[in-house]
Design a protein around this ligand. Structure first.
Ligand code: HEM
Length: 484
């Protein structure tokens, strides 16, 4: 589809073709197509970052951050997710109940993923119960990030004074942006102070992404980072590392209550992973592989064993981690990936032509043709359109994890592909599988209908609709948890 702005704006072409998308990403690596100031303004409020840059600048950011996305980090993600689940169940008072009705799962998944990125990405302890008046601002960080995400586009096009008008909604937006700003400043300040103190040695041994960036910001040379870039990357990770995963978790829960047979399959898979001895298994190295799984140490009957063939997380090389690379991908993981496809958190990927670019379009009718684009044209891969393209995914509306048995990560595309694919993909998958495994092992999750006559199709139309923010997601997901 091509779009011509006759009065203003640049011409653009949109594609929902996988082949064309692959060409676009390949040409981006050769700087024929690039991200521009304009196309990345929505994520550059606090500074340039890994997402906004091209060429050698992009490569510098990526080289600084890459070592943090390692098997050790994913092991930590699994462990933290395990203890976070326990904290959540205790703090919310679910531990003593056999049935819990929840009007919306969304705040739980949002808080869960925020705390995981905070603990595992930023090395910052964050408890499940967060006081609402930190930094003198009456809003939790989780709430603030949600508001910031939903108001990003408005914030780009409205002057700042508008948010000082005596209108509650606008004041709330201002408070949320201040809350996030305060958090970023606090994050920058705390590890710097820590690293300057006697704890320096221990802290410097830790390789969370945040400490690597702080070190780069204190350093010089090709792998250094300015303070502005540091803040920019922290904001990026806060948004990308938390929101997209949270929205995927909302979506996958929504689908699993609609498709009860698949929920049962995932449950049985998790049950088959429970160990006899029930001891905590965190991480172990077997030859060149790192395998780990986690159990609930305190609850032996609820343990997930490392001997399980299905929930094992495997690395083929010490530094390159892949979830179940040599084993069948767990159904829980496939459910996540399908939810990402059906409810894409990242709606599109765009690049602008820097030179004349030739794209080969699909030969759908046997007549593929060349599309010649002049410099200055925006090429957008419409991910929602691509994921619902029936030529790529027959019966695109169906939640059918089995369709991705044996398919390679690249062909799933939900995290993009090639060297510029999502840096946090394994982080997100580990976290998501851990969340599902622990939740579904304890509870059968079912729909809460609006009224007794509501059908599942109506529930899907009402709940699984697009809720727009910086990322896309579903609406409030009301469910009932019944103890297994
Ligand atoms: C369900 C969860 C997620 C989805 C669907 C997702 C999707 C994506 C996609 C499609 C891209 C490519 C965008 C483009 O090229 O324009 C991307 C890039 C990125 N993602 Fe994710 N992501 C997720 C989770 C995460 C997590 C957990 C983190 C960090 C911990 C993260 C950090 C990033 C970063 C930093 C980039 C930019 C990479 C680069 O340009 O080199 N994402 N993500």
């Amino acid at each position: 589809m091509s779009v011509l702005g006759y009065l203003s704006s640049q011409p653009a072409v949109y594609t929902i073709s996988m082949d064309v998308a692959k060409q676009v990403l390949a040409l981006s690596l050769k700087s024929q197509l690039e991200k521009t100031e304009d196309s990345t303004s929505f994520i550059r409020f606090w500074g340039r970052n890994l997402f906004t840059e091209n060429g050698t600048e992009w490569s510098r950011h990526r080289r600084i951050m890459n070592p943090a996305f390692s098997p050790e980090t994913y092991a930590l993600v699994w462990d933290e997710a395990t203890s976070m689940y326990r904290e959540m169940v205790d703090a919310e008072g679910w531990a003593a109940k056999d049935e819990v009705t929840i009007p919306a799962m969304n705040p739980f998944s949002s808080k869960f993923t925020l705390i995981i990125i905070s603990r595992c990405g930023f090395g910052q302890p964050m408890p499940w119960k967060i006081a609402p008046n930190e930094n003198g601002i009456q809003m939790t960080l989780s709430e603030a990030i949600g508001i910031v995400s939903r108001s990003t586009i408005a914030r780009l096009v409205t002057p700042r004074w508008v948010y000082r008008l005596p209108i509650r909604r606008l004041r709330n937006i201002e408070t949320a942006w201040k809350r996030v700003d305060a958090e970023l400043k606090h994050l920058v300040a705390s590890p710097r102070a820590e690293m300057a103190s006697a704890k320096e040695r221990t802290a410097s041994e830790r390789k969370d992404v945040f400490r690597l960036m702080i070190r780069a910001s204190n350093g010089e040379g090709t792998l250094s980072m300015s303070d502005e870039e540091l803040a920019g990357n922290m904001y990026l990770l806060l948004m990308a590392g938390h929101e997209s995963t949270a929205r995927t978790l909302d979506a996958v829960i929504g689908f699993l209550v609609l498709y009860e047979d698949i929920q049962e399959e995932v449950y049985n898979e998790i049950r088959s992973a429970i160990s006899e001895d029930g001891k905590l298994v965190r991480a172990s190295t077997r030859g060149h592989r790192v395998t780990f799984a986690s159990t609930f140490a305190e609850a032996p009957h609820n343990s997930i064993s490392r001997s399980s063939p299905r929930l094992r997380l495997v690395s083929s090389r010490p530094r390159v981690f892949s979830v179940s690379r040599f084993l069948p991908r767990p159904c829980a993981q496939l459910c996540l990936m399908i939810a990402m496809r059906l409810e894409a958190a990242a709606p599109s990927m765009s690049r602008d032509t820097q030179h004349t670019v030739v794209l080969q379009t699909d030969a759908e009718d046997g007549h593929g043709r060349q599309l010649v684009l002049e410099p200055g044209v925006r090429v957008a891969v419409d991910l929602v359109g691509l994921y619902y393209n029936p030529r790529q995914f027959p019966d695109p509306e169906e939640f059918r994890p089995a369709r991705w048995y044996g398919v390679s990560d690249n062909d799933m595309t939900v995290f993009s592909f090639g060297p510029r694919a999502c840096i946090g993909r394994r982080f997100a998958v580990t976290e998501g599988v851990a969340y599902l495994a622990h939740l579904l092992l304890d509870w059968k999750v079912t729909v809460v209908l609006k009224h007794p006559g509501e059908t599942k199709a109506q529930w899907r139309a009402r709940v699984m609709r697009v809720d727009d923010g910086l990322t896309l997601g579903v609406g409030s997901v009301p469910v009932r948890l019944t103890r297994r």
